[in-house]
Every structure is written in structure tokens, then in C-alpha cells.
Design a protein around this ligand. Structure first.
Ligand SMILES: *[C@@H]1O[C@H](CO)[C@@H](O)[C@H](O)[C@H]1NC(C)=O
Ligand SMILES: *[C@@H]1O[C@H](CO)[C@@H](O)[C@H](O)[C@H]1NC(C)=O
Ligand SMILES: *[C@@H]1O[C@H](CO)[C@@H](O)[C@H](O)[C@H]1NC(C)=O
Ligand SMILES: *[C@@H]1O[C@H](CO)[C@@H](O)[C@H](O)[C@H]1NC(C)=O
Ligand SMILES: *[C@@H]1O[C@H](CO)[C@@H](O)[C@H](O)[C@H]1NC(C)=O
Ligand SMILES: *[C@@H]1O[C@H](CO)[C@@H](O)[C@H](O)[C@H]1NC(C)=O
Ligand SMILES: *[C@@H]1O[C@H](CO)[C@@H](O)[C@H](O)[C@H]1NC(C)=O
Ligand SMILES: *[C@@H]1O[C@H](CO)[C@@H](O)[C@H](O)[C@H]1NC(C)=O
Ligand SMILES: *[C@@H]1O[C@H](CO)[C@@H](O)[C@H](O)[C@H]1NC(C)=O
Length: 331
């Protein structure tokens, strides 16, 4: 019986034979398959070899003579590191021609999950935290890309390179540093595992993780620290409401005002009312000034009088200069 591999006896034989050895063509030239899927490839040559065969850990085809094409088939591929080899024997010397079929076997992850690495349930505005994406049982790990999103925005594309060159399924993790602020309260963070298998392969849809929804604790912060209200003798509302997590508690100066975010009264006098909103992360104050409604009229009348006075002064000066010039011309 026949047993590969054969070695060339003489180098000179090689040169003589290579002219008639023909070439091996694989169709398809490369295979990308899901674990457990059926596989098939053809090997063909343009000469009539003495023997033709496939050698593989699954689906070997015994040597056949007088054929120019041979098909390798597997019903369900279960060898992660399979390297099918097609070879031919040419002439009586036993000259061998061979070619390997590159096969990539993939497996979509069993599970993708996201978690907060810091051992806390509390996220405080401005502090640094780490999120981790865990991908379970994926192959080949070298082809996994982890995409990180906040809502619909792609934050990071992590091409986690693996030192291990294994083809069997592995677990993989990717980390993301975040520094949330108040606008991120209630934000959904997501990660997904994508298998980049190259143009020949089907692109399996990325496997997403359940989103992680974060709650961000932050202190109250006013946008405007002052507000002017005009007293028209009717109800006046001092609205000190401000966003904070947890919600702020409110204190007023003068202290006889009730500790509420909104004060509505018809008996507030003119002057300043200072509101302090606070929670355990900090506080902020806002000053409401109640002015007389007429104060605008008073302002304009003062400005008007000043203008009249200024015009009077200018007129007086012009008159004085004119008088001086005319008295000079007399002399
Ligand atoms: C292999 O060749 C056979 C016969 O020519 C053909 O039916 C089959 O589709 C081919 N397979 C591939 C994977 O090209
Ligand atoms: C979260 O963990 C990282 C890394 O361990 C650390 O640098 C960071 O300070 C932690 N954040 C908080 C708020 O504790
Ligand atoms: C991931 O990294 C590998 C090795 O650095 C590189 O060959 C590959 O093109 C990268 N893939 C992407 C999608 O960036
Ligand atoms: C991957 O993680 C799962 C669950 O944590 C574990 O059961 C399994 O053994 C891990 N696989 C490898 C290859 O480390
Ligand atoms: C909150 O953080 C985002 C970036 O994550 C930034 O664009 C935004 O300006 C920040 N908002 C505040 C109020 O700091
Ligand atoms: C804050 O003050 C600005 C002008 O300084 C004004 O345009 C804005 O409407 C005020 N915002 C609030 C919430 O009162
Ligand atoms: C007070 O202002 C907040 C927004 O800052 C608003 O939602 C609320 O309706 C206001 N309340 C009153 C009584 O005007
Ligand atoms: C009210 O507060 C303003 C600053 O917001 C200050 O300039 C003014 O002097 C204060 N008035 C009184 C009567 O305290
Ligand atoms: C507000 O915060 C300051 C420190 O930032 C603190 O000294 C003060 O006591 C706080 N005031 C209130 C009313 O909580």
C-alpha cells in the first residue's frame, strides 16, 4: 500500500518533473465555517496524476488513480485545528505535489455580558470607573472585536489581541474606562462581540450584551445664580427647583421661609432671598432679588434728568466760547 510523505531522491529529478507535475487548484481556495457545519472542497489538477488523495483529521479521501479532481467532504466539522491536505503523485519516481486548504472554524459566543468592575453600586459624578465586557466561549479569539456603546454612540472598538494562538473557543474580556457626569444619569452602556472573519466568510451578526444602566449621583448646580423679580403687588413665586441625585433639600435665608423648592407668596417684601440646595455631594446657592416694579421708571427718569443736565452744560459752554470769540474780535 501507499504511504505519504515521499521524499525526492535527487534534486535533478525535481527539475525534470516539475515541468510535467501540473498545479493543484482548490475550490474554494479558503473555507470559513461555523463549528458543526458541513464542509466541502474540490482539488483539481491539469495533468493526469498517478494518484490523488486528501489527508485530513476529518474526511480523508483514499488515494485514487486516474482522476483529475477529488472532493473532500465532512458532514459536520468538529476538529478546531483541521488542515486538509490535497496531494498528487506524479510519475513513477513518486514525485509529490501538495497544497493545504486554509480553514477557519468559528463559534459565536455563548454569552456576552457587561459589568461594573469597581466594587460599588454607587457612581459619583466626575469619578473614574471601569466597565468590563465578558465574552464566553468564542472562536477564534484572534478575530473578535468588542464594540462599546453609550446609547447609540460607538465609544470604542477594542481589537483585543490574544497571545494564545489557539483555535479552540476561549473566554475574552474587554475593559472601558468611564468618567460619568450628570448628563449620563440613566445612560445605557452596551458592548457587543463581533467576529471579523474576512471577506470570504459569512459575517455572523454581532452578539450584544444586555445593557448596563447607570445611575449617577451629583450635587445640585444652578445655571443662574441670581434672578430678579419685580414686585407688582400680586403673588410672587421664587422657584429654586434644581436637578440633583439624590434630590436636593432646600433652605432659605431669611430662615422663616419654609424649606421648600418653591415659595409662593403675596407678602414677600423687597430685598434678597437666598436659597441653598444641598445633598450629600454638595450644595449651591441662588439669590432672588425682589425689586419694586416702578424702579425701572425711576431709572429712566434719573437717566433722563442726567441727559438734560448734560445738554444744559454743553449749551452753556458753547455759549461761553462763542461770547469769548466775539469779544476778542471786537478788540
Ligand atoms: C466540486 O465538484 C463537483 C463536481 O464537479 C461539484 O458538483 C461541486 O459543486 C464542487 N464543489 C465545490 C465546493 O466546488
Ligand atoms: C475604580 O477602579 C479603578 C481601578 O481599580 C480605580 O482606579 C478607580 O479609582 C475606582 N473608582 C472609584 C470611584 O473608586
Ligand atoms: C486587529 O488586530 C490585528 C493584529 O494587530 C490586525 O491584523 C487586524 O487587522 C485588526 N483588526 C481590526 C478590525 O482592526
Ligand atoms: C469560560 O468561562 C466559563 C464561565 O465562567 C467557564 O465555565 C469556562 O471554563 C471558561 N472557559 C475557558 C476556556 O476558560
Ligand atoms: C458630560 O460628559 C460628556 C462626555 O461624556 C460631555 O460631552 C459633556 O459636556 C459633559 N457635561 C457636563 C455638564 O459636564
Ligand atoms: C439664565 O440667565 C440667562 C441670561 O443670563 C437667561 O438667558 C436664561 O434664560 C436664564 N435661565 C434660567 C433657567 O432662568
Ligand atoms: C420650577 O422650575 C422647574 C424647572 O426649573 C419647573 O419644572 C417647575 O415646574 C417650576 N415650578 C413652578 C411652580 O413654577
Ligand atoms: C442683594 O444681592 C445682590 C447680589 O446678588 C447685592 O448686590 C445686593 O447688595 C443685595 N441687597 C441687599 C439688600 O442685601
Ligand atoms: C455647603 O458646602 C460647603 C462646602 O462646599 C460647606 O462648608 C457648607 O456647610 C455647605 N452648606 C450647607 C448648607 O450644606
Amino acid at each position: 500500500m501507499f504511504s505519504p510523505p515521499f521524499r525526492l531522491a535527487y534534486l535533478s529529478t525535481y527539475f525534470i518533473l516539475s515541468a510535467v507535475s501540473g498545479s493543484l487548484v482548490l475550490t474554494p481556495p479558503r473555507l470559513v465555517l461555523e463549528y458543526g457545519a458541513p464542509a466541502s472542497a474540490n482539488c483539481s489538477t491539469d495533468i493526469i496524476p498517478k494518484m490523488m488523495a486528501w489527508e485530513a483529521s476529518q474526511g480523508s479521501v483514499d488515494p485514487m488513480s486516474g482522476v483529475q479532481q477529488l472532493t473532500w467532504t465532512v458532514k459536520s466539522i468538529t476538529e478546531w485545528d483541521i488542515k486538509p491536505l490535497c496531494f498528487i503523485i506524479v510519475g513513477d519516481s513518486g514525485f509529490q505535489q501538495k497544497t493545504f486548504l486554509p480553514v477557519t472554524i468559528y463559534k459565536i459566543p455563548d454569552k456576552v455580558s457587561i459589568s461594573l468592575l469597581n466594587d460599588t453600586r454607587l457612581i459619583i459624578e466626575g469619578e473614574i470607573y471601569w466597565l468590563q465586557c465578558d465574552i464566553q466561549n468564542v472562536a477564534p479569539v484572534q478575530n473578535v472585536i468588542v464594540n462599546w456603546y453609550k446609547e447609540q454612540t460607538l465609544l470604542k472598538r477594542d481589537n483585543v489581541t490574544s497571545e494564545e494562538n489557539t483555535k479552540e473557543p476561549q473566554n475574552k474580556t474587554s475593559k472601558l474606562q468611564i468618567r460619568p457626569n450628570r448628563t449620563d444619569d440613566g445612560a445605557h452602556y452596551r458592548c457587543e462581540a463581533e467576529l471579523e472573519l474576512g471577506a470570504e466568510g459569512l459575517q455572523p451578526p454581532p452578539r450584544p450584551a444586555e445593557p448596563l444602566i447607570i445611575s449617577v449621583a451629583y450635587m445640585p448646580q444652578f445655571q443662574n445664580h441670581t434672578e430678579i423679580l419685580l414686585d407688582s403687588g400680586e403673588m410672587i413665586t421664587l422657584n429654586c427647583t434644581v436637578k440633583a441625585n439624590p434630590p436636593a433639600v432646600y433652605n432659605w435665608i431669611p430662615a422663616h421661609l419654609k424649606p421648600r423648592p418653591v415659595i409662593t407668596s403675596s407678602s414677600l417684601g423687597l430685598g434678597n432671598y437666598t436659597c441653598t440646595a444641598s445633598n450629600q455631594y454638595g450644595n449651591d446657592t441662588k439669590v432672588f432679588t425682589i425689586r419694586k416694579k416702578g424702579s425701572r421708571v425711576v431709572f429712566w427718569s434719573i437717566l433722563g434728568s442726567c441727559l438734560v443736565l448734560l445738554l444744559g452744560l454743553i449749551a452753556g459752554y458753547v455759549g461761553y466760547v462763542w461770547l469769548k470769540i466775539s469779544s476778542n474780535s471786537v478788540i
